[in-house]
Design a protein around this ligand. Structure first.
Ligand code: FES
Length: 123
């Protein structure tokens, strides 16, 4: 299995640090991929234009969970405009390795974060 997923990706799948729901979030990003049926929700708390806290709930594959967890790690503490600059490739690079068929999962995580920020800004 470790030749398909990097050890780091496996670790974020098996021991996600940011899984859960935030009470009273400032922004929620609900996304899904109709192709595979995976669903992801990203919750953010914003303070002085920075992502103070972020959590995710993902109903999906191992890569969807690992990439949700990693996007939370990358976004935490960032100002919103910088968080929006995080690309799906940043997530893949940080996880080390994902099977090519699973790169769309990182894309979903990036979309979830973007939706959460847009939700906050639209309020
Ligand atoms: Fe579609 Fe992972 S298989 S998000």
């Amino acid at each position: 299995m470790s030749n398909i997923y990097s050890e780091k990706a496996m670790d974020h799948f098996l021991n996600p640090r940011n899984m859960g729901k935030l009470d009273d979030p400032d922004g929620i990003g609900d996304v899904g991929n109709p192709g595979c049926g995976d669903l992801m929700t990203i919750y953010i708390k914003v303070d002085e234009d920075k992502i103070k806290d972020i959590k995710f709930k993902t109903l999906g594959c191992a890569a969807a969970i690992a990439t949700s967890d990693m996007i939370c790690e990358l976004a935490k503490g960032k100002v919103l405009d910088d968080a929006l600059k995080i690309t799906f490739q940043d997530v893949v690079d940080k996880l080390g390795k994902l099977p090519p068929s699973k790169v769309h999962c990182a894309n979903l995580a990036q979309k979830g974060l973007k939706e959460a920020i847009n939700d906050y800004r639209g309020k």
